[in-house]
Design a protein around this ligand. Structure first.
Ligand code: AMP
Length: 182
């Protein structure tokens, strides 16, 4: 977990390479769906382009269908999911129905000013539908609105681990491995 621009995608990829697990990014799945104009993409497009959250039932369904694939057998890192308590509750049920459980919830923490700088830079490099100043500000607001309840949810469960997401990505990876005890 972490705000837009915290480095969730980058750090997930490092974990994938090191731990031989796979990454499931709801944002990536949704962007692909929008770009290839599937029915999921058509449904999700307006939310993505405005920087709003896609309805819970859509993303929950994505996760439900994805984690039963055989490539998830050794484990997976969920990148950008859950983002609401409703999604977290649904995730718990999906996992337990499949005989799985969450090991850790990592929150990558980065100050807002740096996030905006990073996201604007990314907008120049990648051609993401949602990296422009107005959308970025909305995504950060949307994120903040849901954050406290979600953090509280995982704090109660004793799963939450905070990681300082500032500095170079290698430094952040080291911090993540440390909190994971790897
Ligand atoms: P991300 O790449 O994780 O920053 O996600 C990009 C966009 O995809 C978000 O701004 C949302 O519109 C949508 N999205 C990704 N994950 C979720 C989720 N778990 N719940 C709702 N919307 C999501």
């Amino acid at each position: 977990m972490g705000p837009p621009g915290a480095g969730k995608g980058t750090q997930s990829k490092t974990l994938v390479d090191t731990l031989s697990i796979i990454q499931i990014s709801t944002g990536e799945i949704l962007r692909d769906a929008v770009n290839s104009e599937t029915s999921l993409g058509l449904e999700a497009k307006q939310y993505l382009t405005q920087g709003n959250l896609v309805p819970d039932d859509l993303v929950i369904k994505i996760i439900e269908e994805r984690i039963i694939h055989s490539d998830c057998k050794n484990g997976f890192i969920l990148d950008g999911f859950p983002r609401t308590v409703e999604q977290a509750i649904a995730l718990e049920k999906i996992l337990s129905d499949n005989g799985r459980k969450l090991d850790s919830v990592i929150f990558i923490d980065v100050p807002e000013k740096e996030l905006i700088t990073r996201l604007l830079k990314r907008a120049e490099i990648e051609n993401r539908v949602d990296d422009n100043l107005a959308t970025i500000k909305n995504r950060l607001d949307v994120f903040k609105k849901k954050l406290e309840a979600l953090l509280e949810y995982y704090k109660q469960k004793g799963l939450l681990k905070f990681v300082d997401g500032t500095g170079g990505s290698d430094d952040v990876s080291k911090r993540i491995f440390k909190v994971l005890g790897k």
